[in-house]
Design a binder for this molecule. Structure first.
Ligand SMILES: [Cu+2]
Length: 147
């Protein structure tokens, strides 16, 4: 290889090494941009949940769920009403699924609310209570059935 060819080869390699990182960086930025948006979206959602609601009194309308069967196999609705009533009466955790799909655990004031909720198993009711969210779990406590 003569010196000129050597130089061209070197420049080509340098050129490639300059272009490649740029291309990689651009791709990374593209990915980062997307995940940033995703994180921003979930961050805003969480922020909304935490700041606007956690610790505050809220009123939520939704279906009364037997959490055992709902978590186990997604059971809800009229077909499951009988089982839900049995499960809730027996003391299993009770939930409320709002129209937007958010599920809340329902409890009274340092006591279960199962006895008052069992008759509403699989029915849509409105509940007022203190909302808290911790580690991704929603809770409505000190609940009152509004209607
Ligand atoms: Cu059940």
């Amino acid at each position: 290889m003569n010196p000129m060819k050597k130089l061209i080869a070197l420049l080509t390699v340098l050129g490639a090494s300059v272009v490649l990182p740029l291309a990689t960086q651009a791709a990374d930025q593209g990915d980062m941009g997307m995940s940033k948006d995703d994180m921003k979206m979930s961050g805003e959602h969480m922020g909304h949940m935490d700041m606007a609601k956690s610790g505050s009194t809220v009123t939520v309308t939704g279906e009364v769920l037997d959490m055992a069967c709902y978590l186990d196999h997604g059971a809800s609705g009229e077909k499951h009403a009988g089982c839900a009533e049995k499960c809730i009466s027996s003391g299993l955790p009770v939930g409320l699924k709002s129209a937007d799909g958010t599920v809340y655990l329902l409890i009274g004031e340092h006591k279960p609310a199962n006895a008052e909720l069992a008759p509403y198993a699989a029915k849509t009711i409105t509940v007022k209570g203190k909302f808290v969210n911790r580690d991704g779990i929603n809770l409505l406590e000190n609940i009152e059935i509004v209607k």
